[in-house]
Design a protein around this ligand. Sequence first.
Ligand SMILES: C[S@@+](CC[C@H](N)C(=O)[O-])C[C@H]1O[C@@H](n2cnc3c(N)ncnc32)[C@H](O)[C@@H]1O
Length: 262
Amino acid sequence: MDIAVITIFPDFVLQTCSIGVTGRAFEKDIARLRCINPRDFSGDERGTVDDRPFGGGPGMVMKVDPLRSALDSLGPSSSRLVVYLSPQGRTLRQADLIQYSQLSELVLICGRYEGVDQRFIDCCVDEELSLGDFVLSGGELAAAIVIDGLVRLLPGALGKQASADEDSFMAGLLDHPHFTRPEHQAEGDVPDVLLSGDHAKVAQWRRQQALGATWLKRPDLLARMTLTDIDRTLLAQFIEKYAREGKKVGANSLNNDIMVGL
Ligand SMILES: C[S@@+](CC[C@H](N)C(=O)[O-])C[C@H]1O[C@@H](n2cnc3c(N)ncnc32)[C@H](O)[C@@H]1O
C-alpha cells in the first residue's frame, strides 16, 4: 500500500510513523510512506503556502496552487483516495481504517493555520475526516493516527493477525480483559478459566467478557448489534453476576434498556 502525506511538516509525520509496529511495517515494505511538502511547489523562494483570507478576519489560509501541485506530483492514479484531515469531517472509526487498509493508495492532506482554501477541498478531496469534535493546530497528528491505525491492519504488520481481529470495534464489541504472569498478585488472581487449558471455555469466557465490557462501557455499540441467542445468554449471565456482586450499573440508561431486552 502506498501512503502519501501532504504536509508542511514532513519530519513530524515521518518520525512519528518510524516507531514500533508502523516503523517495522515500512521497513518490511508492507506499506510505503512518503511526504510531500507544498512549500516545494510554492513558486517563490520563501516557500509561501498561505495567504490572508478574503473578507478579512484572523489567521491565514493555505493556498490552492502549492497543494494542488504537491498532489499532482504524485502522478496520475485511478485508485487513489484523497482524504483531508479536518475537524469538519466525519469522525474517524475503526471501520474507516479497515476500509483504508484495503486501498492501494491513500493520500492524506494536512491543513494548518485557519485551514485550506475551499476550492482545493472542492476540486481535489474525496472525503474529509476528523479525529473528533475538537480543533488541533494541524493535520499531522491526525494523519499519523490514521497511518498507525491502518498500517497495523495490513497483513504481516502484526506478529499475529488475530491480535488485530480481536481488538475493540473490529467485530462491534470492546475487547475482553487481558491478564499475564504472575497468576497471583496482591491485586487479585487470574480467572481460573484462563489457566484451564480448555480453549473452547476460554473463547466462551472471552466472548462473555467482551459482551459485558461493552454493556458496561459502551452500551451504544451493543444497541447497534444483533446478538445471537448464545450472546444473549452469555450477557444475561454476566449481568446477573454483576448485580449479585452488588456492583452498580453506570448512569447510562442504555444499560437498562439492553438488560430489559435480554
Ligand atoms: C486550526 S485547524 C483549522 C480549523 C478550522 N478553522 C475550523 O474551525 O474548521 C488547522 C488544521 O488542523 C487540522 N485539524 C484540526 N482539528 C482537526 C480534527 N479534529 N481532526 C482532523 N484534523 C484536524 C486540519 O487539517 C485543519 O486544517
